[in-house]
Design a protein around this ligand. Structure first.
Ligand code: AMP
Length: 214
């Protein structure tokens, strides 16, 4: 059965790290809308041109644009056996669009990684990305694990922008938890524990979602 996972959580909760790990272990693509947008900005494509200023302010790119990006990505062959979504959906409109994109053949597991605000601000201020390809670096790494490029701070990881992003998350993205929370495939995960423990909780949530579907 295909493995479909949505990872929710505020900026800095460890969504990207956990999504990447899960994707590698299960052999499915990790689809991060933030990474797709940062790459588009790097190469200066039309998408990047439209998204750049909005991203730098910490606000959200329009639902129409994001839904189009994800629809196109999910149609690619490698997503047939499943996927992990990181950073999408971010609004209820995006979640409704995602539901319409999926058939009933496999469940959609949804995990919400919870971390206290002060821990998030501290984590984000030390986060680094690759200046060549935009990839998020492994914490503590000296260079990019993907292309070996040098690391820089994300412009939107500046503390004032981080506070703004957390506010936007609370306003626009928290309603997503209400959208999903009554589903048997939804689980909250404590993100303030070791990466291994978070990964184990996510694996258990996905196993429960698959069992519930059989
Ligand atoms: P992230 O790397 O997930 O924190 O995303 C970085 C920035 O990209 C966000 O602050 C938004 O400006 C934009 N972005 C990424 N994913 C989405 C989405 N699903 N909807 C709207 N904007 C997004």
């Amino acid at each position: 059965m295909a493995v479909r996972l949505v990872v929710l959580g505020p900026p800095g909760a460890g969504k990207g790290t956990q999504a990447e790990r899960f994707a590698r272990e299960r052999g499915v693509p990790k689809i991060s809308t933030g990474d797709i947008l940062r790459e588009a900005v790097q190469i200066g494509s039309e998408l990047g041109r439209q998204a750049k200023a909005v991203m730098e302010s910490g606000r959200l790119v329009s639902d129409d644009l994001m839904i189009g990006v994800v629809r196109e990505r999910l149609e690619r062959n490698d997503a047939r056996r499943g996927f992990v979504l990181d950073g999408f959906p971010r609004t209820v409109t995006q979640a409704q669009a995602l539901d319409r994109m999926l058939d009933e053949e496999a469940p959609l597991a949804v995990v919400d990684i919870e971390v206290p605000e002060e821990a998030l601000v501290a984590r984000l201020s030390t986060r680094r990305i690759c200046k060549s390809c935009g990839w998020t670096a492994v914490p503590g790494a000296a260079s990019c694990s993907r292309c070996g490029g040098g690391l820089v701070q994300r412009r939107d990881d500046d503390e004032a922008v981080v506070r703004e992003r957390l506010k936007i998350y609370a306003k626009d993205t928290q309603p997503l938890v209400d959208y999903y929370h009554k589903r048997p495939t939804f689980r909250c995960v404590d993100g303030d524990q070791s990466p291994d423990a978070v990964a184990a909780d996510i694996a258990a949530a996905v196993a429960a979602a698959v069992r519930g579907h059989e």
